[in-house]
Design a protein around this ligand. Structure first.
Ligand SMILES: NC(=O)c1ccc[n+]([C@@H]2O[C@H](COP(=O)([O-])OP(=O)(O)OC[C@H]3O[C@@H](n4cnc5c(N)ncnc54)[C@H](OP(=O)(O)O)[C@@H]3O)[C@@H](O)[C@H]2O)c1
Length: 281
C-alpha cells in the first residue's frame, strides 16, 4: 500500500487525486481512495473532494504527512516554503522514508531540499492542466537524495493522469514553456480560430465544434508519433492551395517569432518564480 498525501486541493491537487482514484488498471491501480489524503484550508473544498472522489481530507498538513509514503506539495509557489516548514519535523520523524514531490512552478530542488532535513528524497514535477481529463504531460526530476526507483515511482504516479517523462533540472524552465503553460497557447489558438470562423459567417457553436475537434484530431496525429509536425503540415499543404494561403498568412504575421518570444518570456518567468514573495504563476 502506498499512502499519498496531497497538500493543496486546488486545480492540480484535485486532478491528481481524481486520477489516482480512477486508475484501476494503470500504474496507480493499487492505490485506493482511502490511501489518498488531501489537505486544504477551505472546508467546502475538502467536502467536495471527499464527496466526489472518496479521498480522506484534513486541514492539518502534519496529520496528512505522518507516515505518508509520498507527500505531494500542490500549493502556489510562494506557499511552498511555509508548507515544508510545517511538515519538515514530521517527515524526519516518520518511520517510512517519505518522498516529497513538488509541482510548484519554478521552485528548485535545492530550495526544497534546503527546507527539509538532510537526506529527505525530493522529486520535482512540472505537470499541466490537461491532467484534469487524464491527458496531462508531466516532466519529473529527482533531487540529490532521491533514488532512481523513487523517481520512477513518482513518474508512474503521474502516469495516472497522463504521460510522464524524466528530465534534468536544467530543462525545467523550458519544460514549463512547452508543456506546463502550453495548453493556454492552444486555447488561445482555438479562441482565434473560433472568432475568425464567426467573422467568416459560421454560427459560434459550429465554429467552436470545428475548432475543438480539429485541434483534437491534429493532436492525435501528432501524438501517434509516426510523422513530425513539419511532415504532417507539409502533407496537408498542397502547392498553391487553400492551406498554403493560410500558412503563408500566419508566417507573414510572425507566428514563429511570437512563439519564440512568448516561450522565452515564460521560461524567464519560471526561473524568477522560485524567489521568495513571488505571488503568481
Ligand atoms: N494550474 C496549472 O496549470 C499548473 C501547471 C503546472 C504547475 N502548476 C503548479 O501547481 C501548483 C498548484 O497550482 P493550482 O493551479 O492547483 O493552484 P490552486 O488551484 O490555487 O490550488 C492551491 C490550493 O492550495 C490551497 N492552499 C493554500 N495554502 C495552503 C496550505 N498552507 N496548506 C494546504 N493547502 C493550501 C489553496 O487554498 P486557498 O485557495 O483557500 O488558498 C488552494 O485550494 C502551483 O505551485 C503551480 O505552480 C500549476
Amino acid at each position: 500500500m502506498t499512502r499519498i498525501a496531497i497538500i493543496g486541493g486546488g486545480n492540480i491537487g484535485e486532478a491528481l487525486a481524481s486520477g489516482l482514484v480512477a486508475d484501476t488498471s494503470g500504474p496507480a491501480a493499487g492505490i485506493s481512495a482511502q490511501d489518498v489524503i488531501v489537505v486544504d484550508p477551505t472546508a467546502a473544498r475538502l467536502d467536495h473532494l471527499h464527496e466526489r472522489y472518496g479521498v480522506a481530507t484534513t486541514d492539518d498538513a502534519v496529520e496528512a504527512a505522518t507516515e505518508a509514503d509520498i507527500v505531494v506539495v500542490a500549493v502556489k509557489p510562494y506557499v511552498v516554503a511555509s508548507v515544508l516548514d510545517q511538515i519538515s519535523a514530521t517527515l524526519d520523524a516518520n518511520d517510512t522514508e517519505t518522498v516529497v514531490v513538488s509541482v510548484a512552478a519554478g521552485v528548485t530542488l535545492a530550495t526544497i531540499e534546503a527546507s527539509l532535513a538532510a537526506g529527505v528524497p525530493v522529486v520535482r514535477v512540472m505537470p499541466n492542466t490537461p491532467m484534469l481529463v487524464g491527458k496531462g504531460m508531466s516532466a519529473v526530476v529527482g533531487g540529490r537524495f532521491a533514488r532512481a526507483e523513487q523517481v520512477e515511482a513518482v513518474r508512474a504516479m503521474m502516469e495516472a493522469v497522463g504521460a510522464a517523462v524524466v528530465v534534468g533540472e536544467k530543462d525545467m524552465d523550458a519544460v514549463t514553456a512547452v508543456s506546463g503553460s502550453g495548453p493556454a497557447y492552444i486555447f488561445l489558438v482555438a479562441e482565434a480560430m473560433v472568432e475568425a470562423g464567426v467573422q467568416l459567417g459560421l454560427a459560434r457553436p459550429v465554429a467552436e465544434q470545428l475548432a475543438g475537434a480539429t485541434i483534437e484530431g491534429a493532436a492525435a496525429m501528432l501524438v501517434a508519433g509516426e510523422k513530425s509536425a513539419f511532415e504532417l503540415r507539409g502533407n496537408v499543404t498542397s502547392p498553391g492551395g487553400t492551406t498554403a494561403a493560410a500558412v503563408r498568412g500566419l508566417e507573414e504575421n510572425g507566428i514563429r517569432k511570437a512563439f519564440y518570444q512568448a516561450m522565452e518570456a515564460c521560461a524567464r518567468r519560471s526561473a524568477e518564480l522560485g524567489r521568495p514573495r513571488s505571488d503568481e504563476d
